[in-house]
Design a protein around this ligand. Structure first.
Ligand code: PMP
Length: 387
């Protein structure tokens, strides 16, 4: 029997986080700082609205472009947020931003095309590129430069195969927000090399020092940028799988084909839930953000007080990406040993970027309450002092 399978799939490995969790199942009293999802449940008013709408008959396929009411509400919200003149032809509802990422890669890439992304960057981007026949090129940055990309490093990464620039601000895993001069530089760079820009903005409402700007607002960007966003993080709705893409009509009218041939449409009651979240009261979502701000601040301060640890104070998200001397050379061995000795799960830094950038780094998700987080910090401190 010929068991040969697609070379786009078989080289991909299962996520490091999943294997850490499997190992952790042997222990009791584990504190997991590994999973990139809110620990809060979706507010009940959102669940109730979805159930009510399902009872009313919102149980059929939605249009491929998405539920009309959700689309209308999103267009209004997005126009107000960025001031950009988004129209219906620019907006596509996706099954989470994961689906948006894969769909945009499949739309723009041919075999061997390259996507460049400043690193550290979300580890799953590799899979999205490879599944679409492309290649992800992670561009090095440095802790000392606040993980901000430089023009010099970006220029070095460009080849005749480069088709797109992929950015993520606020950033998983570093928690940084790209500042205005960096966005200006990247926009000018993308125009000069005639690149499509994919801007992953799933954490744009989880910021602690003012708003995160979209690169789509920069000159020349509206016609070449696909913004990806999602209800997962901002509204604690990871399991509902609702996201969206905003982009130029020449690209979106092709991208909708990928969506239509893959999922046909995103779940209808789920889209109604997203509509309720978007148009309902904001207090609970603001409280989530405040919790992330307090937690990341607490954990960064604790980490910076530990021997051999340096941590940037995040400007958004719920992640920290500290540099730990003891993790240098092998962040996986460090994470496994920390789990075995202290039952704390952190994610080794290596899947997030090239060695020169991420050596010694681990990702910490502040998705447990403050008490547990403080306990996790005590354990890490103890581990570092006694190893
Ligand atoms: N982009 C980034 C940077 C993320 O961290 C995640 C989730 N971990 C996603 C996209 C995907 O989010 P979702 O599919 O739940 O919308």
């Amino acid at each position: 029997m010929n068991t040969k399978l697609s070379s786009h799939v078989t080289p991909l490995r299962f996520s490091v986080i999943r294997s850490m969790l499997e190992r952790a199942s042997a222990y009791e009293n584990v504190i997991s700082l590994s999973i990139g999802e809110p620990d809060f449940d979706t507010p009940s008013f959102v669940c109730e609205a979805a159930m009510k709408d399902a009872m009313k008959g919102f149980t059929h396929y939605a249009a491929s472009w998405g539920d009309p009411d959700l689309r209308a509400a999103l267009l209004e919200a997005e126009r107000a947020k960025s001031g950009l003149p988004w129209q219906g032809e620019n907006l596509l509802i996706t099954s989470g931003a994961m689906h948006g990422l894969l769909a945009v890669m499949r739309t723009i890439l041919d075999e061997g095309d390259e996507v460049i992304s400043p690193a550290p960057c979300f580890s799953d981007y590799l899979g999205h590129c490879v599944l679409a026949g492309g290649r992800l090129v992670q561009v090095p940055t440095s802790f000392d430069n606040g993980f901000l990309p430089t023009l010099e490093a970006m220029e070095k990464a460009v080849t005749p195969h480069t088709r797109a620039l992929l950015i993520n601000s606020p950033c998983n895993p570093s928690g940084i927000v790209l500042d205005a001069p960096t966005l200006d530089m990247l926009a000018e760079f993308a125009v000069r090399h005639d690149l499509i820009v994919i801007s992953d903005e799933v954490y744009d409402s989880i910021t602690f020092r003012g708003k995160a700007e979209s690169i789509a607002t920069r000159p020349g960007m509206f016609e070449r940028t696909v913004v990806l966003n999602s209800f997962s993080k901002a509204f604690a709705m990871t399991g509902w799988r609702v996201g969206y893409a905003l982009g130029p009509s020449w690209l979106m009218k092709e991208m909708v084909k990928v969506l239509s041939y893959s999922v046909a449409s995103t779940g209808t009651p789920n889209q109604r839930a997203a509509l309720a979240a978007l148009t309902g009261p904001k207090e609970e979502f603001e409280a989530f953000r405040e919790a992330y701000r307090r937690r990341t601040h607490l954990a960064a301060a604790r980490l910076n007080a530990m021997p051999g640890v340096r941590c940037l104070e995040p400007a958004g998200t719920f992640y920290l990406f500290p540099h730990i001397e003891a993790a240098k050379g092998d962040s996986l061995a460090f994470a496994l040993d920390l789990l075995d000795k202290k039952q704390v799960i952190v994610v080794p830094g290596f899947p997030f970027g090239p060695e020169e950038t991420v050596d010694g780094c681990v990702r910490i998700a502040c998705t447990v309450d403050e008490e547990k987080l403080a306990e996790a910090m005590d354990r890490i401190e103890d581990y570092l002092k006694n190893r």
